[in-house]
Design a protein around this ligand. Structure first.
Ligand SMILES: Cc1cc2nc3c(=O)[nH]c(=O)nc-3n(C[C@H](O)[C@H](O)[C@H](O)COP(=O)(O)OP(=O)(O)OC[C@H]3O[C@@H](n4cnc5c(N)ncnc54)[C@H](O)[C@@H]3O)c2cc1C
Length: 512
């Protein structure tokens, strides 16, 4: 394995050198180069993770790294950043024998007895409770079924990283994040829309409250979120500002003992069913303050079902309308219009000391959300790979099983390698959540895994031939679901250019 590590490190040195040369100005003036090299960097960190993470089956690691390193090298050649491949000592092209071994190897590994039990428990729940609803909710655009929410609450699924003193099962160790990742993988395997993504919102809100909420806010909301007594939703995006969060315009006018909310938010997922909205607003009107003028406000609301609602709230009106989407159905994503909705000033996260800190609190929540999104991608890829493998084992084409063709084996082996690499990346970064390095690592992992999920689900669909395009086959749903992952929780371009490229241009580091 040492030879593979040396190849990865040699490629990494080229990437590092490119970012040093580009500098911060170069990232803006040559975005295309910066974006593509940023993706190479993320792929190399995945390759390094799958090689070094204990527990990964050797054939899987070998196959994954040989594929990823060769693809990284060819991208660097295409960009004119390497002209002599001989200097890199690339790994050999994987043999068919290695592809078979990689495909047969286990794709997950033990994380210790407790986490293995957690995986088993959430896997059973996903198969027995979530999966039977998944197709119906997706195809008929229904609400998340209440038995799914109740069952997940009973398993403690909403409180995995919330500290025990606030009603969750979190111990403050990295195993909390690992438990959240494992649960998310298994739930997303059954459904992204009504499974793994249910955990995202309490994760984000809880992280923000723990980072900057008052003791009273934590004591009020964290136990209710952890137990599933209330559902939450996060309202950041606006019609005119999505990636550019610092520019949002929805006002939170501080008026004596209350705050008046005015403006329009969009894409607020689960806003109908949620009893709590975490809304990012501009409390300090001076435009020069940019992100330092934003605050996070908690809005209590009654639970609503369906695709629209209109509420008299705090003397004003809150109107929600679900946006019709390709997938990610069940929770529904709403456009929200706040028309002078008045909330108590005590709902400002962090109290008066939290004024102007909303951007930072929101971002601390998103970091956990990004790693959780890697786990969502893993669950989706697992489902697509299992479906494609099963289908290829039975489908006969030109008199032979699809699985007897070497192309199918290579495709499936690469899928398996990607799943293992994404897992290795997610697990190794679990311990760093909340640190500066952790934020970069989570962004790289998210950018890489979400793009790979598109490839994996595409090839899984392709292996199904025409039936892959039929709604009755879950792989068609997996394909649609994978597409959204690179858009939300930090879009691919925002993460690659504004987080990954910038960090690598200013603080060179080793791969992964
Ligand atoms: C299904 C779904 C659920 C969602 N749920 C929520 C939610 O619960 N809460 C919430 O607040 N938001 C949510 N979002 C919104 C999501 O976070 C935004 O869509 C995302 O941040 C991108 O913002 P935007 O749509 O305004 O795109 P824009 O910001 O307009 O970006 C358009 C394109 O430009 C690219 N781009 C951005 N900056 C640059 C740059 N500097 N250089 C080059 N290209 C750039 C982007 O990557 C993107 O490809 C959800 C979105 C979807 C689709």
């Amino acid at each position: 394995m040492q030879d593979l590590l040396e190849s990865v490190d040699a490629l990494w040195r080229r990437v590092s050198h490119t970012f040093e040369e580009l500098g911060l100005d170069g990232i803006d003036s040559d975005q295309e180069l910066a974006w593509r090299v940023s993706h190479v960097a993320s792929a190399l960190s995945a390759a390094r993770a799958v090689l070094t993470e204990p527990g990964v089956a050797e054939p899987l690691a070998r196959f994954a790294v040989a594929s990823l390193a060769r693809e990284a090298a060819s991208e660097l050649v295409a960009l004119g950043l390497i002209d002599d491949l001989a200097t890199i000592n690339l790994p050999a092209r994987p043999t068919l024998e290695l592809a078979h071994a990689a495909l047969e190897a286990p794709r997950s590994w033990s994380l210790g007895a407790e986490l293995d039990l957690a995986r088993e428990t959430f896997a059973r729940f996903a198969t027995e409770v979530v999966e039977p609803y998944a197709s119906r909710v997706h195809r008929s655009n229904l609400d998340v079924p209440e038995p799914v929410i109740e069952g997940l609450a009973a398993l403690g699924g909403f409180g995995l990283t919330i500290p025990e003193r606030y009603g969750g099962s979190g111990t403050g160790e990295s195993t909390d994040v690992l438990a959240m990742l494992v649960a998310t993988e298994e739930l997303s395997r059954a459904s992204l829309g009504i499974g793994g993504s249910l955990i995202t919102r309490p994760e984000i809100i809880a992280r923000a409250l723990l980072a900057g909420g008052t003791e009273e806010q934590r004591a009020t909301y964290l136990p209710a979120l952890a137990s599933g007594e209330i559902m939450g939703a996060v309202a950041v995006t606006e019609p005119d500002y999505g990636s550019d969060v610092a520019s949002i315009a929805t006002r939170g006018v501080v008026d004596g003992d209350s705050i008046l909310l005015r403006g329009v938010k969009t894409w607020c997922t689960f806003a109908g069913r949620a009893e709590l909205l975490a809304v990012l607003v501009r409390t300090e009107p001076d435009p020069a303050l940019r992100h330092r003028g934003l605050s996070l406000v908690l809005v209590d609301k009654p639970r609503c079902s369906g695709h629209s609602f209109e509420l008299d709230l705090g003397g004003g009106r809150l109107v929600g309308r679900a946006i019709d989407t390709l997938g990610y159905r069940g929770m529904h994503s709403f456009e929200l219009s706040f028309d002078d909705v008045r909330v108590e000033r005590s709902k400002l996260v962090g109290g008066d000391a939290g004024r102007g800190r909303g951007f930072y609190l929101q971002m601390s929540g998103f970091e956990n959300g990004r790693l959780q999104t890697v786990a969502r991608a893993i669950g989706l890829m697992e489902a697509a790979l299992d479906a494609a493998h099963g289908y290829a084992a039975h489908r006969r084409v030109f008199g032979h099983r699809l699985l007897d063709y070497s192309l199918s084996v290579y495709k499936l082996a690469r899928m398996a390698g990607v799943v293992a690499a994404a897992r290795a990346l997610a697990y190794r970064n679990a311990a760093d959540v909340g640190t500066r390095g952790g934020s970069l690592a989570a962004s790289m992992a998210k950018a890489w895994a979400c793009r790979q999920a598109e490839w994996v689900t595409r090839e899984a669909m392709q292996l199904h031939g025409g039936m892959g395009y039929a709604e009755e086959y879950p792989v068609s749903r997996d394909f649609v679901h994978a597409r959204v992952l690179s858009i939300f929780e930090g879009s691919d371009e925002t993460l690659s250019l504004r987080v990954v490229a910038r960090a690598l241009a200013t603080q060179p580091r080793v791969a992964g």
